[in-house]
Design a binder for this molecule. Structure first.
Ligand code: CSN
Ligand code: MG
Length: 481
């Protein structure tokens, strides 16, 4: 019978944040269990150093430049969103009879009359906050029990954060202390209902954890050595435990692929309340490894043998892989992802030889900033980012201005995963040959790339911000239910 899929997507979680990736004080027993019983990736990439573009690529198998989710991210009042003519993983699976649900952070558009929401993109059910939970004032909201206010101000001047059920606002502002329990119950009910009906299901759970401002309810707050960030991560891990228990109870564990990864690198700017990129350079907002190499785990007892793979793979590859495993038709569009079933099932080599790195704000005149070819990473442009500020590495903060490199900086990521030691190209014939290959790959990629109309350049309209009592005034403060 066709396999079920559970796609777990963390927010702003770094390559070094999980206990099974070496973090000394994080507490992630369920993710560690997935890693021990599944395939842990060491070279897995997202496609953008920030949220919305990365999520667009995950759900479509296409770079964000093709679907138009660039530059930057979507906001509560954005006019644009993931174009409805893009085919999401949910839409690939619906014709095969799958039940589909999305729970958590959408961040691919709300739009007029909720036209871009998950229920319009192939998901039967949605419960969540349609964008980052800092996109609304949080200084007066409770993030930890009994009444510890959230850290920082978040975005003042827009509506408070809404919890939506399908296309209806269920709560505004959301109560962060009850949120994870609501997500967990919604998810376990969805799994149980589908399993009882013997209907194959796709559960997409893009958690808000561990995005700023961190929050955690009873049972997670104060439970980890790592403090607030660790408690938020522990709450996410606990929900994952609930999902695994439900898969067991409903007897579908051996017929379900669980895949975990994260949307972009950690916010180093939050100091000890931020994430950790491990040995990788910089973090969120940059095209260094710390901004785009993510933790990733594939779990499917009886089908995927436990182990670690160093093969290169990406969020782009998840749609083609799920389509192949479900026997579903691929969308007839230019896909950038490749099927990685052979890596999962036979620990084969990856079909992916290259990975392209776009910055937060891609532009046709610059094109890709960096690319990886085999073990080599070439940077044609480098730039720091606000989200990667406060680290001792002077390449990471926003005052590390845009710099072109011709010839590109080239690193050997197997000998030097931290991108410390650029290879000396002069007088080395074999490196000159490598440089030529890299330039050829870049040319071919850029020739294939057609930038779709920017959805984010359509701007924002305050009237489009989700408001639970739209007739009220004065906006946005009156939107409370
Ligand atoms: O890249 N950005 O321009 C950007 C702006 C505001 C955010 O809150 C943000 O963070 S994100 O939404 O979690 O990616 C990113
Ligand atoms: Mg993010």
């Amino acid at each position: 019978s066709p396999p079920n899929f559970v796609l777990l997507f963390a927010d702003d979680l770094g390559f070094g944040d999980l206990s099974c990736y070496g973090h000394p004080s994080s507490l992630t027993p369920n993710l560690d269990r997935l890693a021990a019983g599944g395939l842990r990736f060491t070279d897995f990439y997202c496609t953008s150093p920030v949220c919305s573009p990365s999520r667009a690529s995950l759900l479509t198998g296409r770079y964000q430049t093709r679907s138009g989710i660039y530059p930057g991210v979507l906001y509560p009042g954005s006019r644009g969103g993931l174009p409805l003519n893009e085919t999401t993983i949910a839409e690939v699976l619906k014709p095969m009879g799958y039940a589909t649900a999305a729970i958590g952070k959408w961040h691919l558009g709300v739009g007029a009359n909720g036209m871009f929401l998950p229920t319009r993109q192939g998901f039967d059910h949605y419960l969540g906050i349609p964008y980052s939970h800092d996109m609304g004032p949080c200084w007066n909201l409770t993030c930890f029990p009994p009444d510890v206010k959230c850290f920082g101000l978040c975005d003042v001047g827009t509506v408070t954060v809404p919890l939506m059920h399908n296309e209806v606002i269920k709560q505004q502002p959301v109560n962060f202390l009850d949120l994870e329990r609501a997500y967990s119950d919604f998810a376990t009910n969805f799994i149980t209902t589908s399993a009882k009906k013997k209907q194959p299901f796709f559960l997409y759970y893009p958690s808000h954890h561990t995005h700023y401002p961190q929050y955690a309810g009873q049972g997670a707050a104060g439970r980890t050595l790592r403090g607030p960030f660790g408690d938020a991560l522990f709450e996410f891990d606990n929900t994952i435990g609930n999902l695994l228990t439900t898969l067991e109870k409903t007897g579908v564990t051996n017929n379900t692929l669980v895949f975990f990864t994260s949307d972009n690198g950690p916010e180093l700017m939050r100091l000890s309340r931020g994430g950790n990129a491990g040995p990788l350079k910089c973090g969120k907002g940059t095209t260094y490894e710390g901004g785009m190499r993510e933790p990733a785990i594939a779990f499917w007892p009886g089908t995927i043998r436990p182990g670690v793979t160093h093969e290169m793979a990406s969020t782009l590859d998840i749609l083609p892989t799920i389509a192949s495993l479900a026997g579903a038709k691929l969308p007839q569009v230019m896909l950038d992802g490749v099927d990685m079933t052979e890596i999962l099932v036979n620990q084969e080599k990856s079909k992916r030889e290259t990975m392209v790195f776009y910055p937060t704000d891609p532009a046709e005149k610059y094109g890709l900033f960096a690319l990886r070819l085999g073990k080599y990473k070439a940077h044609f442009y480098t730039q720091g980012a606000t989200h990667s500020g406060t680290t001792p590495d002077q390449d990471c903060p926003v005052f590390a201005v845009l710099k072109a490199h011709d010839p590109p900086l080239i690193f050997d990521l197997e000998a030097d995963p931290s991108e410390h030691y650029p290879l000396p190209l002069t007088g080395k014939p074999d490196l000159q040959a490598l440089l030529e290959r890299i330039k050829k790959v870049k040319e071919q990629f850029e020739a294939s790339m057609v930038f779709g109309e920017s959805q984010i350049s359509k701007g924002t309209d305050p009237d489009l911000e989700p408001c639970c009592n739209p007739q009220c005034s004065p906006k946005p403060g009156c939107c409370k239910c």
